[in-house]
Design a binder for this molecule. Structure first.
Ligand SMILES: [Mn+2]
Length: 461
């Protein structure tokens, strides 16, 4: 099935789910956001609800649904100034072929809305259409006399989020494209990073590999933390040089045709893992592989998370860092001192994709659960990340209240000896299939033997 027919099928499914007898839905992609004080714009990100349903990623496009007439896409036409400075823009006939939609010029939107006065109105997508109607060729919402139905907008948004959970085959193909571009970047890091290289130098080269392999941008700000910096969960790469004997944590993913990948690998800056690095790395890898093996339809993501927490607690206890039973340690959130984040999240058009929590479920405020971003039973087609980690985070381990609370559960002398250890995270992108899962990022090495083979090559260069 080609992409346009996938999009058409997707729109039919969502229109059936919405089941609107009358009314109008607008889903704008968004417009360019100016960088204040300059004549530049921030990089444009089309709203994922708009991309999901229209397939168009051009600024200024508005997907519109009318309960009687169905779908159409309003798209801007380049004016003289645009054509001189930016180019002719996307041809509307091409846009119609790519998206399977009837395309109309954006200047027709005003008249189309005026002829629908009094209809129930729902807004999805980028809210900038409400804030900046003029940018879309509308004078004001007051002049249009359209009443926005907030409750309806919320219901339709929730239904789109639910529909986005299970990826269709054409989406899986794009997500594999993102994973493959990430593979190239991570292989570069494993083969070429070396002591003396800065975090920033590694970031630049890895991102260049993403782009050379089809990525249009990174799916999120690349995270590169060497040595102690690896303990900061979202560390932005700096001029710090990697030192032999320490670990490098790199969480970086390519975005491909709007779809994200999200991958973390942790590797020695030198040729091999040493001592406790090897023990902790193998522990995180065991936890990650067990969680992937457990991921299949019907399994609650939160149960996978809690099983990973118990396994981390058990492993840290066997290394003498924690003291107690796995269940007892997890009950008091002692594992969360070292694994404070969730096992992972939904992945798709957004890095933290829509629909992560089942309707009616709200995140727990418990320290060991509050950063869990997915709470739902898995179903075929879902793509989730599985990314356990162990870190020595100074903000947590130096906190006097925590040291007192966990006086018995933690061997603080052992922890203090590892204050500058940094962290380990291993993250893959996992597609849930009918009978289990398929790891989209499986080709990126992660066993100690595979990593050390590549690292020996890198350091010998
Ligand atoms: Mn992630």
């Amino acid at each position: 099935m080609d992409h346009a027919s996938s999009l058409t099928g997707r729109r039919e499914r969502i229109a059936n789910a919405w089941d609107l007898r009358r009314g109008v839905v607008l889903i704008p992609a968004g417009i360019h956001v100016p960088v204040e004080g300059t004549d530049q714009y921030h990089e444009f990100h089309a709203h994922p609800e708009s991309v999901y349903l229209s397939g168009a990623r051009e600024p200024g496009t508005v997907l519109a649904f009318d309960a009687g007439e169905g779908w159409r896409l309003f798209a801007p036409r380049a004016g003289l100034e645009d054509r001189v400075w930016v180019g002719d823009g996307v041809d509307h006939a091409e846009l119609a072929a790519e998206t399977g939609l009837t395309v109309r010029p954006l200047e027709d939107l005003k008249g189309w809305l005026e002829s629908r006065r009094g209809e129930p109105f729902a807004f999805l997508g980028n809210p900038d259409l409400r804030r900046h109607p003029r940018a879309y060729g509308l004078e004001s919402w007051q002049a249009l006399e359209l009443e926005i139905d907030t409750a309806l907008s919320e219901r339709l948004t929730e239904q789109v989020a639910e529909s986005r959970r299970a990826k269709d085959p054409s989406e899986v193909q794009l997500m594999q494209g993102a994973a493959d571009a990430s593979l190239a970047g991570h292989l570069y890091a494993l083969r070429r990073a070396r002591p003396g290289m800065t975090e920033r130098q590694l970031q630049i080269e890895v991102e260049a590999e993403f782009f050379r392999n089809g990525a249009e941008r990174t799916a999120y700000g690349s995270i590169v933390g060497s040595g102690p910096n690896g303990a900061v969960l979202h560390f932005s790469p700096t001029a710090r040089t990697m030192q032999a004997g320490e670990l490098v944590l790199m969480d970086a993913g390519a975005e491909f045709e709007g779809y994200a990948s999200d991958v973390t690998r942790t590797f020695p800056a030198g040729a091999a893992f040493f001592g406790v690095q090897r023990d902790l790395y193998q522990l995180v890898l065991n936890v990650q592989q067990a969680a992937i093996a457990g991921a299949r339809p019907g399994v609650e993501y939160k149960d996978l998370h809690l099983a990973a927490c118990r396994q981390i607690a058990e492993g840290l206890a066997s290394l003498g860092i924690l003291q107690g039973t796995p269940d007892g340690l997890v009950e008091q959130d002692a594992h969360a001192l070292f694994f404070p984040h969730g096992l992972g999240h939904m992945l798709g058009l957004s890095t933290h994709d829509a629909g992560g929590c089942l309707a009616g479920r709200t995140p727990s405020d418990r320290f060991g659960l509050k950063w869990l971003r997915a709470d739902l039973p898995l179903e075929p087609g879902y793509v989730v990340t599985i990314e356990p980690g162990i870190y020595f985070i100074k903000a947590l381990i130096d906190d006097p209240a925590r040291r007192e609370k966990y006086a018995a559960a933690v061997d603080w002398a052992k922890v203090d000896a590892l204050r500058d250890f940094g962290g380990i995270r291993i993250e893959d992108d996992v597609l849930i299939t009918a009978d289990g899962s398929r790891v989209l990022t499986a080709a990126i090495p992660k066993t100690i033997a595979d990593i050390e083979a590549l690292r020996a090559e890198a350091v010998a260069q």
